[in-house]
Design a protein around this ligand. Structure first.
Ligand code: MN
Length: 230
């Protein structure tokens, strides 16, 4: 007789200064939220924010250095460094004025993307699921409580690969602010505690290959140190 299986664990994030963890309910991602990255993806102007999702199971919590296995069925795995917002309260049709009251805290995140699969999906008018929602595609560091750090509107966001700068931006380049993003998302349906929001990436996205190490920094949040596995 086999041993009883361990109960499944909910995806969760570390919280700085605490031993309990932050259970993740949903992962929502905003596209094209930095003007220079929107241009490199072929867009111009300030279109309304759009979003896509990743499964909570796609989370790779990066409490320390982590290995990200190179995913199958792509030849073009891209990095996107992003500020991640974690919601500690919910709401529907939230005003921008009250939106930050929903925010529990912030972390550094990587929205890993099968860019070749995404490009093919765009051309064919198909969903982005297979290009965005895969094992370990949502790398997120420990959360810092907004009560400790406040709500950032500017500051450095960078990604290096093997010590070479790839992405370099400032949170003040975001087309839609965190408050505006929360407001927009809350119009589509109820936001709830445990929702994570990836807020978009600055210009400079590019491919990584097995053996490379990515270091992603957002403000002075704990950096992401991610080695691409084989
Ligand atoms: Mn992204």
């Amino acid at each position: 007789m086999r041993a009883p299986p361990a109960p499944p664990r909910l995806p969760s994030l570390a919280i700085e200064g605490r031993t309990d963890r932050f259970a993740v309910r949903r992962i929502l991602c905003i596209g094209r939220n930095y003007a220079a990255h929107a241009r490199e993806m072929g867009s111009d102007g300030r279109e309304p924010p759009f979003h896509f999702g990743k499964s909570p199971d796609a989370l790779l919590p990066a409490d320390g250095p982590v290995v990200l296995p190179y995913p199958p069925l792509t030849q073009d795995l891209h990095h996107e460094i992003e500020l991640v917002v974690a919601l500690g309260a919910g709401g529907t049709n939230v005003s921008a004025e009250h939106a930050l009251e929903l925010v529990y805290g912030y972390a550094a995140g990587l929205d890993m993307t099968r860019r070749d699969v995404q490009d093919a999906a765009k051309k064919a008018g198909r969903p982005w699921t297979s290009s965005k929602d895969f094992d370990a595609s949502a790398v997120v560091g420990p959360l810092r409580d907004a009560a400790v750090m406040g709500h950032p509107t500017s500051g450095s966001i960078t990604l290096d690969v093997d010590g070479t700068p790839r992405q370099k931006g400032d949170l003040d380049e975001m087309i839609w602010s965190v408050a505006e993003i929360v407001m927009h998302l809350s119009r589509w349906g109820a936001l709830r505690p445990g929702d994570l929001i990836f807020t978009g990436t600055p210009a400079g996205v590019g491919a990584v290959v097995p053996g490379q190490t990515l270091v992603g920094r957002v403000l002075d949040l704990q950096p992401l140190v991610v080695t691409i596995g084989g």
